[in-house]
Unconditional design. Structure first.
Length: 204
């Protein structure tokens, strides 16, 4: 934890504008890789990375639509509790050694700014994204470990046609694990989001 970040910085983020600019730059850098199916060189004995055709968009397509509330689905609090229990039981990466932190935040999406999380993530953008995911998908920040972030999802994506929109939002969070670690073709990452009740991000 570091110096708290004023929530005014997250308030000032115009999410659609920032993501549109971010996608234009991301596409400019990645387009040569997406259009060249030649496998990237890898060390001997390592399987070649699968070709990634990238997102199927030439311009920022907008945010994924909100998932409606369902009377039979879990509440955001229930989804968060379930993910936390699973993380503790799996005890991956030392998460069983995490400690409970109470944060004076009105919503979990603001907690990262208020504790001054010091990962390489762009905090204002990430908090703005988390707020939007909280509103659209019932997402809740559940655990932090180093530069790793775990988020529960109470209303996961159900329409495959919207998967690429949400996957692109994940990519533009700048997290290093999205499609890059391990190498995952964008279409595969997108399809894996359908029905998924937890998301994980980390920054190197």
């Amino acid at each position: 934890m570091g110096k708290p970040l004023s929530l005014h910085h997250a308030d000032a983020v115009r999410l659609d504008e920032v993501l549109a600019a971010g996608f234009a730059e991301y596409r400019r850098r990645r387009l040569p890789l997406w259009t060249d199916p030649t496998p990237a060189p890898v060390p001997a004995g390592i399987e070649p990375w699968p070709h990634d055709p990238g997102p199927p968009f030439e311009q920022w397509p907008g945010l994924a639509p909100e998932m409606p509330l369902a009377s039979e689905g879990p509440t955001p609090e229930e989804a968060a509790s379930s993910l936390l229990a699973g993380l503790i039981e799996a005890a991956q990466f030392g998460l069983d050694q995490c400690r409970l932190v109470l944060v004076p935040a009105h919503r979990s999406s603001d907690a990262l700014a208020l504790i001054g999380w010091s990962a390489e993530a762009p905090l204002p953008l990430l908090c703005a994204l988390l707020r939007s995911w909280e509103d659209r998908f019932g997402a809740q920040v559940v655990a932090l470990f180093g530069s790793e972030l775990h988020v529960s999802v109470a209303r996961p994506l159900v329409e495959a046609e919207h998967a690429s929109l949400l996957a692109l939002e994940h990519v533009l969070s700048t997290a290093d694990n999205i499609v890059d670690d391990p190498p995952t073709p964008f279409p595969q990452y997108a399809m894996d989001l359908v029905g998924r009740t937890s998301w994980s991000f980390w920054w190197d």
